[in-house]
Design a protein around this ligand. Structure first.
Ligand SMILES: C[S@@+](CC[C@H](N)C(=O)[O-])C[C@H]1O[C@@H](n2cnc3c(N)ncnc32)[C@H](O)[C@@H]1O
Length: 391
């Protein structure tokens, strides 16, 4: 059996003013565990607001439980029995009252931040080591734990899933990215052992397998920044496309654009094809599976107005195919590299200039240089946007 009841929320100060109709749990309801017994003041519904204001003033109202109305009677949960003086005050305002004990449903409590949840469960020295070191990709979280925090991995993962309700699975980084395909070894911590998910970035949906293809949500602003520079009519070569965050966003923003997405990892190339279809941009993205050097040499020489080179650990070695992909009168290169120290940005520009030495190409203009993200203490991924022309 379910009862229809009215609950006064407005006087409790949690929900919008007004009354909202809710369904009280029946005794057979599976959420029966959420019912808690409490001292209850029962009064006619029409006196409800006045009663709740008075009980709030007397600090007697139990806000962890929801007041209930059954058959025009309001049942209000109290923290405790009344003191004689409190009883007198209530009776002066509301008339003669009798208290009973009843079961009330719990109010959902705000969970709090990850730090707050962890404070109750971990030594305080561990919390700064874990609280900011995670990425969320779709419904999967990837945490990074120092050796000191590792023994607490399950507690940390549980807390993360409590705070981020959309997270269904937690992995931890099990080592650095070392290979060319930029894949990271992962260790399953909690939730279903599933590495595939759907992630939304800047209005585009991406199918991602975090164990088989590179993706970092920390590059989102960079994907946006570059995509916003592309103008109608351009031809863009995305030399290291991954699952497609640059390519798909560019194609999604502009109808009149041609994007060539090159990817050497077969799993990522398969995903970018699926993602292009999922985002309905397959007509303006051509996906090439293979080594960017070979793909450009054989198919894409002299066609691009813009080349994106997001493979910071190796960009320098790929500059030749990048300028070969540009139109003969030149174009823009988005060059990425890793650089350490205070001069990281100027060193990135110097690296690009040095890599062009004796190439027959030069930097006509450096459009922008900036740090994209920190990758280690005092080490950054740096972006250099430059207009290149034949020298
Ligand atoms: C740092 S990830 C960037 C992915 C993507 N652009 C993004 O922003 O998420 C570099 C990508 O280049 C791919 N890759 C590595 N070597 C390659 C090559 N020789 N030719 C084409 N793609 C390559 C890797 O598999 C990886 O997906």
């Amino acid at each position: 059996m379910r009862w229809q009841i009215w609950t006064f929320y407005n006087a409790l100060g949690h929900e919008p003013a007004g009354r909202c109709r809710v369904t009280l749990l029946s005794r057979n309801d599976e959420r029966i565990d959420d019912l808690q017994e409490s001292v209850s003041l029962s009064i006619p519904k029409k006196q409800g607001e006045k009663a709740i204001q008075l009980l709030t003033r007397l600090k007697l109202l139990n806000r962890k439980l929801s007041p209930q109305i059954v058959d025009d009677v309001l049942h209000v949960p109290l923290f405790r029995e009344l003191q004689p003086e409190e009883r007198r005050q209530i009776e002066r305002a509301l008339g003669k009252q009798s208290l009973s004990h009843e079961k009330f449903p719990s109010r959902a409590q705000p969970v709090g931040s990850l730090e707050e949840v962890l404070e109750q469960k971990l030594p305080s020295s561990i919390i700064p080591l874990v609280s900011k070191s995670f990425d969320i990709i779709g419904d999967i979280a990837i945490i990074e734990l120092s050796p000191t925090a590792e023994p607490y991995e399950k507690i940390i993962a549980e807390a993360l899933m409590r705070v981020h309700k959309n997270v269904k699975t937690v992995y931890s980084k099990a080592g650095p990215i070392t290979d060319n395909l930029r894949l990271r070894p992962l260790h399953h911590v909690l939730g279903t052992d599933r590495t595939e998910t759907i992630h939304t970035e800047l209005g585009c949906r991406f199918k991602i397998d975090i164990s088989r293809a590179f993706f970092s949500p920390r590059l989102s602003a960079e994907h946006k920044r570059v995509a916003e520079q592309v103008r109608p009519g351009e031809c863009v070569v995305d030399m290291f496309a991954g699952v497609g965050p640059f390519s798909i966003l560019i194609a999604k923003r502009l109808n009149d654009v041609q994007v060539h997405a090159i990817e050497a990892n077969p799993e990522a190339a398969k995903l970018i094809r699926e993602n292009a279809k999922m985002n309905k941009v397959q007509d303006r993205i051509k996906v090439w599976f293979g080594d960017a050097r070979v793909v450009v040499q054989e198919n894409l020489s002299g066609i691009a107005t813009r080349v994106i080179m997001n493979h910071p650990s190796q960009a320098r070695e790929f500059l030749e195919p990048a300028y070969k992909a540009l139109r003969l009168d030149g174009g823009i290169v988005h060059y990425y590299t890793f650089k350490e120290g205070l001069d990281s940005e100027s060193n990135a520009r110097k690296e690009l200039a040095a890599a062009l030495d004796n190439s027959g190409w030069k930097i006509e203009k450096t459009i922008e240089t900036h740090k994209v993200r920190g990758v280690a203490p005092m080490k950054w991924q740096v972006a250099v946007d430059a207009k290149l022309t034949p020298s």
